[in-house]
Design a protein around this ligand. Structure first.
Ligand code: CDP
Ligand code: CDP
Length: 226
């Protein structure tokens, strides 16, 4: 039996992390864990309960009282917040525009990272986020850093919105994505940064299948060495 490893996939917004991570997990029969969805779910709850997003103690108390489960589905995962399915609603504009403000607090991250590390304990995971290779699983056997130009990432999100029938403006998406990247990269606590031992893949001109296959080749090479 092949030894199960941990695969960390980090990178900026809309680089294709979750799409590719899901496919890699399916191929390997591993568990996919979307840590961005965890920060989104907490942000959604905080907004609903009108918790001050600049008050880390209050946010910390809120998280401690929150159950958060990622249920494995055929093509991804369902996000269950205190027994309610919030998979779709946590992708809305309001959450998207506030999530980086919630995620910047050390007290918030401590609690989330603890939960994520418990999920990764058994290995056999593909986890995507911003700080997986640097903080959550610093000893992950495979670390991938996915990037793409802001233009390309805005185009991808735009297509996604149009497909879902949501209103969407390319220029606005570009601004939102750049702003979130800046907040995530410049925050003091575990900012978005490529781990020194991560392999960077620029996906700007790549297909989803192309990225998936490149990652699977990397995974195979590393598993052979074990
Ligand atoms: O899918 P998208 O790229 O829009 O973002 P996401 O992965 O859902 O993450 C939403 C936000 O959560 C990010 O912009 C970060 O502020 C935060 N996040 C984080 O700080 N650390 C992580 N490991 C994952 C997400
Ligand atoms: O998780 P993250 O925010 O990094 O990105 P995502 O939600 O997985 O991907 C954003 C969009 O880009 C999705 O609609 C993907 O289908 C698309 N995509 C693409 O067109 N080409 C790639 N090489 C990767 C993703």
């Amino acid at each position: 039996i092949e030894k199960k490893i941990a695969i960390a996939i980090d990178g900026p917004a809309a680089a294709g992390k979750s799409t590719v991570a899901k496919k890699v997990a399916k191929e390997l029969d591993y568990t996919y864990i979307d840590t961005g969805a965890m920060y989104r779910a907490i942000t959604y709850k905080a907004l609903k309960l009108k918790v001050d997003l600049e008050n880390p103690e209050q946010l910390h108390q809120l998280i401690k009282k929150t159950t958060l489960n990622l249920e494995q589905e055929q093509n991804g995962q369902k996000v269950i917040l205190d027994n309610a399915d919030v998979t779709e609603i946590i992708r809305n504009q309001q959450v998207t525009n506030s999530v980086s403000d919630v995620a910047k607090h050390a007290l918030v991250r401590e609690e989330m990272v603890k939960r994520q590390q418990e999920m990764a304990q058994e290995r056999g995971v593909v986890m995507d986020g911003r700080d997986i290779g640097t903080h959550v699983i610093p000893d992950a056997e495979v670390k991938i850093f996915l990037i793409a130009s802001v233009e390309e990432r805005a185009i991808r999100r735009n297509k996604e919105n149009i497909q879902k029938g949501y209103p969407s403006r390319l220029e606005q998406l570009k601004e939102e994505i750049s702003k979130r990247d800046k907040l995530d990269s410049e925050r003091e606590v575990s900012p978005l940064i490529k781990a020194h031992d991560a392999i960077e893949i620029d996906t700007t001109a790549m297909s989803i299948e192309g990225v998936k296959n490149e990652i699977l080749v990397i995974v195979e090479k590393i598993r052979e060495r074990k």
